[in-house]
Design a protein around this ligand. Structure first.
Ligand code: BGC
Length: 817
């Protein structure tokens, strides 16, 4: 065929007629493509997957799908056909605007295996295929698809079609050993969403709102005159009443349908978009909402985790994490589904993996992805920052990104208890750790080389997301404390005793070096950042006394920031844990439930339906942050949802695979109930608790064969029970919360000691003096009353005094409730 892989080329239509004089007992089609494909047999689409074969490291692993097509065959002439578009193999990938990462020609591999009982015949993808084109014109994952119905050749995929004007094909050489099956579920149409509203914008455009930021495409039915062009522009957000495509960067995300006259239903075949809104141009007449829908398209994984609480904002935050996960598991775990990227960024899935493994059965997609990581690492000697690797330069080892090679298999092992996951990744894990060991300085620290650090710390400069407050080499060495320990544990689980001893010694060496360099004897962590403390606490770097002190210092820092978030990709998954595990549960809840910008719930208050890349991707005035890294659909910062599962829902695995689990909800944040469900490999677990005044009820359902340590939430004596399979229920009285009473004569320290009161107080202060810090733990705070403080605040108004008094009154009421 004459296609050259250039931009904007029409999809290849391929057909091969063959005759059958008897019908086989069984017929199987095995097919894949360089590009994306849709196979057909006698005019019927084979299988229900879309965007096949998905995206893998094609040169090493090209996934072949198998379909039983026995019933599609007929006696006489049959036609095996396929449409092949550019997909990931030919199309542009990455922000560097490069295409043809894998090949310059689209290619089809098909094997129709006909089993007659006494013999097997194979109809293969050889030079007898004929190639033409049809309605599917330019087709790009980033830019969208054009379908010209006038160019679709009737009957091209069934018997009797005259293909004499079509071209011959050439056989493409590709390593056959790359052909493989895959543990991953295929990409499918998973859900259909109707519009929630059809809008006319100030400029007169028609925009369909699907109410949810999603990954997929639009399907519609339209009656239009021949030649009518309907254009669909997709967007995540609207600003000033119009769709705003700023978050797409250069991705055009535009589909076009050109009518051949009459009525037709259409949905693009070889693209997907990340969108909530679609602007329609050229639609004849009014849009009937029943004729248009969004087709949610992603890897068809099984849902395994749910959490619901009494707080609607938290429920929306949870839903946003679930949707961001769905939207970013399109064959590969990606950073985002909408802009000119959609790459398998390692740091993003590393941060989000425990959350992902709770919400869905990710064994298929992530084991496939880890295979790609391992083969690429073996071929190049480094763990690529994106897998499959399409970057133009080699990746250097970095914490949180490259060390996914260790932490992801470990997270999957913890969730599923399957040692094979560790076995399969063992070589990749060990070679990564040994590579980093070779980079350590004389002290045992990872102190050189590029690092992403606490990526997208809200205080990092807009043009330098890696330039956060926390020293990036502190971040690197802290993560290495974690991964060396995971490595030692992996070796131990697999019975590699010598390796286990080697890695345990390395872990201790790095930990000791970290403590010498970054931690004072009492437990203060260098740089005094929320992320620095969170890493040191969560990764077990400190001893008990240091840990307690560090927890107190962290709680103060978090309070001083008024419970606004101050962490990026590295610190965010850990900060709530670091607080709640050092006796600061209330502060963890205050941080979780803060709504001001930046915070976990700020995007929710701005109408977000997915997790944003930046804490302020949309700024409080409704404009898009112009920094360029402002996707509205990045799951990494949604990693806090894992803490919600373990702390609000209260479920964590004590043994890999939940054969022994802990059920210990920790109540706070004014929540009155929560219910959690999780389908584990040991069986279904359910936990629900409800607070009714001073009465608490906990119900725990534990699968047969598993055991649970149950810690009754808010129980006056901290009662704990060991239970086996079955449903268990406890109801008991809990003590009334003790709390203070505050007014303008309270000292700053008294208020700061009560995190909820401090939050009210600081919120009122910040409304007058945004961004001005107030330290309730400074030495003078012990004797300085609010009234005295006001004397020192230049420009303090009566209004400020009144607002602070009102805030303190509210805090006193809250405490007595
Ligand atoms: C991606 C991130 C990624 C980062 C690292 C970004 O463009 O969207 O999520 O981890 O680059 O450089």
């Amino acid at each position: 065929m004459s296609s050259t892989g250039a931009e904007g080329e029409a999809a290849a239509y391929l057909r091969r007629p063959f005759a059958l004089t008897s019908l086989p007992k069984r017929a199987t089609l095995r097919a894949t493509a360089l590009g994306v494909m849709e196979a057909r047999l006698n005019g019927t689409v084979v299988g229900d997957e879309v965007l096949a074969p998905g995206w893998t490291s094609y040169r090493h692993r090209l996934v072949v799908a198998e379909h039983d097509v026995t019933d599609a065959l007929v006696l006489g002439e049959n036609v095996l056909a396929a449409i092949v578009g550019e997909g990931w193999a030919l199309g542009r990938l990455g922000w560097e605007n490069k295409r043809n990462h894998y090949t310059t020609r689209p290619a089809l591999f098909a094997e129709l295996v006909l089993e007659y009982g006494d013999r097997t015949e194979i109809i293969g993808s050889d030079a007898t295929f004929r190639a033409g084109t049809g309605g599917t014109r330019d087709n790009s994952i980033y830019d969208g698809e054009t379908f010209d119905a006038r160019l679709e050749q009737a009957g091209w995929d069934v018997a009797g079609f005259d293909d004499s004007s079509w071209e011959g094909v050439e056989v493409v050489e590709w390593p056959l050993e790359a052909l493989t099956d895959s543990p991953a579920e295929p990409i499918r149409r998973v859900e259909i969403l109707p519009p929630v509203e059809i809008l006319t914008t100030p400029s007169g455009k028609t925009v369909v709102d699907f109410g949810q930021n999603l990954s997929g495409r639009v399907r519609f039915t339209v009656t239009a005159e021949a030649g009518t062009v309907i254009t669909l522009r997709h967007a995540e957000v609207m600003t000033g009443g119009e769709i705003d495509v700023e978050t797409l960067r250069t991705a055009k995300a535009t589909d076009r349908f050109i009518s051949a006259g009459g009525t037709r239903t259409w949905e693009p075949r070889f693209t997907f978009h990340g969108f909530r809104y679609v602007e329609l141009d050229g639609w004849p007449g009014e849009v009937d909402p029943t004729t248009i829908s969004a087709v949610v398209t992603h890897s068809d994984m099984r849902r395994t985790g749910w959490l619901e609480t009494s707080d609607p904002l938290l429920n929306q935050l949870h839903s946003n994490a679930v949707w961001s996960m769905r939207d970013n598991f399109v064959g590969v775990p990606t950073d985002c589904p909408q802009r000119d990227e959609r790459l398998g960024w390692t740091g993003d899935i590393n941060a989000f993996a425990p959350t992902a493994a709770f919400l869905y059965d990710v064994r298929g997609v992530l084991r496939s992805w880890l295979q790609d990581l391992a083969v690429e690492q073996k071929a190049t000697g480094f763990v690529p920052w994106v897998v499959p690797d399409v970057l133009s330069t080699p990746s250097s080892p970095t914490a949180l990104w490259s060390d996914v090679a260790v932490s992801l298999p470990w997270a999957l092992y913890r969730e599923y208890g399957d040692r094979a996951i560790l076995e399969n990744s063992y070589e990749s894990m060990t070679s990564f750790i040994r590579q980093v060991e070779g980079l350590l300085d004389g002290d045992g620290l990872w102190s050189s080389g590029f690092q992403y650090g606490d990526w997208l710390d809200p205080d990092a400069p807009d043009d330098n997301p890696a330039g956060g407050k926390t020293d990036r080499h502190l971040v690197a060495s802290a993560y290495l404390c974690k991964t060396t320990r995971e490595m030692a544990d992996t070796a131990r689980v697999l019975g590699h005793d010598q390796d286990a001893a080697e890695f345990a010694a390395l872990a201790e060496r790095v930990r000791a070096a970290f403590r010498r360099e970054y931690v004072t004897e009492k437990g203060r962590v260098a740089g005094e950042t929320v992320t620095g403390y969170s890493l040191a606490i969560a990764f077990g770097i400190l001893d008990d006394e240091q840990r307690a002190h560090a927890g107190d210092l962290l709680a103060r820092l978090v309070a001083k920031a008024g419970y606004r978030i101050s962490t990026g990709f590295a610190g965010t998954p850990l900060v709530t844990d670091a607080l709640s595990s050092t006796g600061h549960l209330e502060e963890a809840y205050l941080l979780l439930m803060e709504t001001g910008c930046p915070s976990f719930l700020y995007p929710v208050t701005m109408g977000a339906t997915t997790i944003w890349e930046r804490w302020d991707s949309v700024r409080p005035d409704g404009t898009i942050n112009p920094s360029g890294m402002t996707s509205l659909n990045h799951y990494a910062l949604g990693a806090v949802v894992d803490w919600m599962h373990r702390t609000i829902g209260g479920l964590s695995a004590l043994e890999p695979g939940y054969t022994h689990m802990r059920i210990a909800p920790q109540v706070g944040g004014g929540l009155t109930s929560a219910s959690l469900r999780h389908t584990t490999v040991a069986g279904d677990v359910e936990v629900s608790w409800q607070r009714d005044g001073q009465s608490m009820t906990l119900i725990a359902m534990v699968p047969d064969g598993a055991t649970a340590e149950v810690v009754l939430p808010s129980h006056p004596d901290g009662e704990t029970h060991e239970v086996g399979g079955g449903t268990h229920r406890w109801t008991y009285e809990i003590p009334a919360a003790a709390g203070g009473s505050y007014d303008l004569d309270s000292t700053l320290k008294e208020i700061a000691d009560d995190p909820a009161a401090w939050r009210e107080f600081f919120g009122a202060f910040s409304a007058h003096f945004p961004g001005v810090p107030l330290d309730g733990n400074a030495p003078e705070a012990a004797f300085m009353t609010v009234s005295t403080m006001l004397e020192y605040v230049p420009g303090a108004s009566d209004e400020l005094r009144d607002d602070l008094a009102a805030a303190l009154a509210r805090a006193s009421e809250g405490a007595s409730a």
